[in-house]
Ligand binder design. Structure first.
Ligand SMILES: [Zn+2]
Ligand SMILES: [Zn+2]
Length: 246
């Protein structure tokens, strides 16, 4: 029912005047940011690791523990950022609806906050790409949620969208349920280059970064294809290991 209400709201108010979470129309006074009304606003990712972008508890810290101790070793993207933390229920519900409940219409709204964050960086971007799904998974779902987000970001920034990567191995086990090391192992070598990225600065789009494994494996493939810089933007990211393990 809520989904129907949201869909109708989207048709009636196509300019993003509805809250992405409750679907209510947002008058100027109700707006907390581009996505949420004041009642639904989750915690913004205001203090984050300068490398991997995970949320940090204090503004005084510049890096999460893992980036602080191992530095950039083993990290293939140059920086990652996300407007929200993958912690509040409202954020989790939106990410879930986008992926599993046919919520493609949410992508346009979600992309607004991501565009704001990308614009605030000093990134030079030549092309925008996204985390691919195996063709069988995409066929089953009917769409790739990351590509939906990437399309809106590409339009707004006027930077070309490219299918730079493909997923060559169908990973049956839900990687989300695995531990950090198992997830990394499961994803190793499962992406391949689909287009030439030589000397290009690439923005990689995904819906959420719960571990760095997916974005990192995609970035590794792009860097092996001689991409100059790889930046990652997701709608939400996890809380850094300074606060909890992930
Ligand atoms: Zn709301
Ligand atoms: Zn970090």
């Amino acid at each position: 029912m809520n989904k129907i209400v949201k869909t109708i709201a989207k048709l009636v108010y196509p300019d993003g005047l509805c809250c992405i979470s409750c679907g209510n129309e947002m008058f100027v006074d109700d707006r907390a940011d581009v996505c949420f009304c004041k009642k639904c606003l989750p915690q913004r990712n205001a203090h984050y690791c300068k490398i991997c972008g995970v949320g940090l508890p204090k503004s005084t810290q510049d890096y999460c523990n893992s980036c602080l101790h191992i530095g950039k070793e083993g990290i293939y993207f140059d920086a990652a950022r996300a407007p929200y933390l993958y912690r509040d229920d409202s954020v989790k519900a939106i990410v879930h609806d986008l992926k599993y409940n046919g919520g493609q219409y949410l992508a346009e709204y979600m992309s607004k906050a991501m565009i704001e964050v990308v614009k605030a960086q000093d990134w030079k971007i030549d092309e925008i790409t996204y985390v691919p799904l195996h063709w069988r998974k995409e066929q089953k779902r009917g769409y790739n949620q990351s590509k939906c987000l990437a399309k809106y970001i590409s339009e707004a920034l006027n930077i070309p969208l490219t299918d730079a990567l493909k997923k060559t191995v169908y990973t049956r086990t839900s990687a989300a349920r695995l531990g950090k090391d198992d997830r990394k192992k499961l994803l190793e070598g499962t992406f391949a280059l689909n287009k030439d990225v030589n000397k290009k600065n690439i923005l990689l789009v995904d819906d959420v970064m719960t571990s760095k494994a997916t974005s990192n494996e995609c970035s590794k493939t792009l860097k092996e294809g001689k991409a100059k810089h790889v930046y990652v933007i997701t709608f939400a990211t996890s809380v850094g290991d300074n606060e909890q393990t992930y």
